[in-house]
Design a protein around this ligand. Structure first.
Ligand SMILES: Cc1cc2nc3c(=O)[nH]c(=O)nc-3n(C[C@H](O)[C@H](O)[C@H](O)COP(=O)(O)O)c2cc1C
Length: 242
């Protein structure tokens, strides 16, 4: 290797090392202020270019702009099965079904922010989101309950959550069912919910974004709330009823 190549290599390595140090420093500051480092967004819509996806895209942009690593997972892309109600998890603390759920739980565990996003399908969440809710709710909660462990202890402490709910018809009443379903999972897991994005009338007129500047404002305000996640805006405290 010539002298020029060696000095170029040294230069690149130096830049990379400094970037790494910056990242470490940023993470130390985030740890100190208990700020979020990484967020996983679980999307219940099967449509990667649908309304929920567009809202999620904007949320992801805002999070990334604050140097928060964000991963978006479309549940429809995974091989997931519905809860079979077999109650095996009551005895073993584990689900007997071996599919992509295990890897997904690992991803949730390694994230400090969890976003659940679903459109309304017949007054509830989509089947894809329901699979996540039922399987997670049973396998991660019932064992604790039966063994007198603190609820939600199967996931580590310190997580925080946001919900995104989108429906086609005008009026928030179509969001109530999905919101209740997603909230009840977070409640059982004792993951505090800090912010909710409610979007209705997605199938009316030009949709959520066209001619509706308030959509982007609502999304960005709600996401800022989630990022701040201060006790004052806690939508329900840990260890209380929904
Ligand atoms: C099977 C199905 C059921 C739906 N049920 C409702 C409903 O009960 N209330 C409502 O307001 N919209 C309902 N919608 C409309 C969707 O909520 C709406 O189109 C939403 O924007 C879809 O989100 P997406 O584009 O992210 O998939 C339904 C749509 C489908 C496909």
């Amino acid at each position: 290797m010539g002298a020029n190549a060696r000095s170029a290599k040294r230069y690149v390595l130096g830049v990379l090392r400094r970037k790494l140090d910056d990242c470490k420093r940023i993470n130390m500051v985030k740890d100190f202020f208990q700020m979020m480092k990484n967020v996983i967004i679980l999307v219940g819509s099967p449509k990667v270019k649908g309304n929920t996806a567009r809202v999620v895209e904007q949320v992801e942009e805002i999070l990334s702009g604050k140097s928060i690593d964000t991963e978006v997972v479309f549940l429809d892309r995974l091989a997931l099965n519905p809860c079979r109600g077999c109650a095996s998890c009551e005895d073993t603390g584990d689900c007997i079904q071996k599919d992509d759920m295990e890897e997904l739980w690992e991803k949730v565990e390694s994230s400090d922010g969890l976003v659940l996003a679903s459109p309304t399908y017949y007054s509830g969440v989509t089947a894809q989101m329901k699979m996540f809710i039922d399987r997670t709710g049973r396998a991660k909660v019932i064992w604790d309950y039966k063994n007198n462990l603190p609820a939600g202890s199967r996931f580590s402490e310190g997580k925080r959550a946001m919900i995104i709910s989108v429906c086609g018809q005008p009026g928030e009443k179509w969001l109530e069912g999905p919101l209740m379903e997603m909230r009840s999972l977070l409640h059982d897991l004792e993951i505090p919910l800090f912010s909710i994005i409610k979007m209705h009338s997605a199938d009316v007129g030009g949709g959520l974004f066209e001619g509706r500047p308030e959509t982007e404002i609502d999304i960005s305000e709600a996401t800022e709330k989630f990022i701040l996640s201060s006790e004052e805006i806690l939508l329900y405290p840990r260890k209380s009823g929904v």
